[in-house]
Design a protein around this ligand. Sequence first.
Ligand SMILES: Cc1cc2nc3c(=O)[nH]c(=O)nc-3n(C[C@H](O)[C@H](O)[C@H](O)COP(=O)(O)OP(=O)(O)OC[C@H]3O[C@@H](n4cnc5c(N)ncnc54)[C@H](O)[C@@H]3O)c2cc1C
Ligand SMILES: NC(=O)c1ccc[n+]([C@@H]2O[C@H](COP(=O)([O-])OP(=O)(O)OC[C@H]3O[C@@H](n4cnc5c(N)ncnc54)[C@H](O)[C@@H]3O)[C@@H](O)[C@H]2O)c1
Length: 469
Amino acid sequence: MKYDFHTIVIGAGSAGLMTAGILTNLGAKVALIEKNKMGGDCLNTGCVPSKSLLYRVEKGADFSEMMNQIQQTIEKIAPHDSVERFENMGVSVLKGSGKLLDDHRVEVVLNESDGPHRVISGKNIVLATGSKPRIPELDGLQRIPYLTNENLFSMEELPKRFIIWGGGPISMEIGQAFGKLGSEVVIISRGRHLFKRDEPEVDPVMKDILAKEGIRFYLGYEPVKIRETAENQGEKDFNLTLRNRNTGEEKELTGDKFLIALGRISSTEGLGLKNGGVEVNEKGYVKVNKHLQTSTKNIYACGDVVGEYQFTHMGGYEAEIVSKNLLLPIQAKADYSKAVWTTYTKPQVAHSGFTEASAKKGGKLGKPLYKSFEEVDRSIIEEDRKGFVKIILDRKGRIIGGTIVSNEAGEMIGMVSLAINKKMKLSAFQSLIYAYPTKSEIYKSLAVDHLQDSVRPWQRKLLKKWLSR
Ligand SMILES: Cc1cc2nc3c(=O)[nH]c(=O)nc-3n(C[C@H](O)[C@H](O)[C@H](O)COP(=O)(O)OP(=O)(O)OC[C@H]3O[C@@H](n4cnc5c(N)ncnc54)[C@H](O)[C@@H]3O)c2cc1C
Ligand SMILES: NC(=O)c1ccc[n+]([C@@H]2O[C@H](COP(=O)([O-])OP(=O)(O)OC[C@H]3O[C@@H](n4cnc5c(N)ncnc54)[C@H](O)[C@@H]3O)[C@@H](O)[C@H]2O)c1
């Protein structure tokens, strides 16, 4: 059977762009379908505007000027993900909505055409349609103009009392940024712990830092209703009633902006999954095996639509696996034991590989090691002493995980990832020369502590004897 394309990719966010780019560069004929903006969430409503905001907050500028600068940053990066760039590479980009008709044919309802819908066929199809914010049921919510990441960065005025529902990375990053800009920030989360994906030592450090900056937390609370109140300079305020999940006690808060950041749902509405024989899991995400293959063997999926690790770089990693599997006879597997992420608060919280708990669960835990930045000279100089490095060793003493809390944690975690990838032991950290004064010196002191701890008493005695000759 002859198909129009080797692969049809639906969705031009980080995962779809990466898949289309790799396959085309390696000689495959590819169609890429995007119904909205090229670059998806990351460029338009996710990583880029949020990190641009965090950077600009530190520089201090007028709010509307800052929002303009954020849009300018998006425009500067947009050419990397543009139709022109991908068409120049050789990708056929179709601006419209894609729907599976069966396991090889996709119907495209073009954005700018009143003509008949176009139907294209592909030997393979890749679903990279991403995710969207999860909006829960809440009494009164439909009458309140609430915010999500999709309209947050179009706000024109700085909120006075900014209430954020959710305890994940969006809430932490955005909450801290708006607190620094001068909003009164309240964060509500049903769980008692923040940074739940990270090591448990992160939660108290970050809670303390954020609370000292003035953020108020209602942890263990759930909103039960929201109502508009009197008009306040053209903007409507609202009252939000919260209930303590343990005691049932109720509290009332007033705010002028309400952000919902309660995680994501898959973006598969109208995608015709059933026509393609593609199953979803219990959370509604596209079900894939380790090769990122769906229940239909020539249809693969990657990025947020798959669910577990909703990060741009993980979508990129999955796109590489999918591309290999579409081109090579041997099927590569996605290995999430080396997953990496960073939450860009100040200090940042970065992680790579196993946590202590996941290593224990997987029967891999040798030893967890911990070192605070308290006595690191560079951290003292920069007043960045509250964080730590935690390294997880397996039973053979190899580095299999790490967590860093520090202003540059996102940059520092790369060294841990390299050590994990190359199956290194702590001695690798110990034998390096580090420039003084850098925060990376913590790797050396952590290694030295551990090596000292692992010297046996008889070895110590022998050494002492030898030194006293
Ligand atoms: C506020 C915020 C901050 C974030 N910060 C970070 C960060 O700092 N670092 C990080 O790694 N990650 C971050 N993320 C997560 C990151 O943005 C996502 O993991 C990433 O964008 C997912 O990429 P994707 O390609 O899977 O999906 P998306 O970016 O959602 O792209 C999917 C695309 O498919 C299109 N589409 C959907 N259905 C169809 C259809 N039927 N036909 C045609 N097109 C369709 C959509 O329009 C969209 O453009 C952040 C997310 C948010 C919300
Ligand atoms: N720096 C980064 O890499 C970065 C930054 C922002 C967002 N992101 C990505 O975007 C995605 C979305 O972020 P997010 O912060 O919305 O989601 P999240 O899923 O990470 O966190 C949602 C939080 O809300 C809580 N929650 C869920 N339902 C609730 C309810 N009914 N009541 C009270 N609390 C409830 C959850 O317990 C969780 O703590 C994440 O998966 C993340 O991967 C990444």
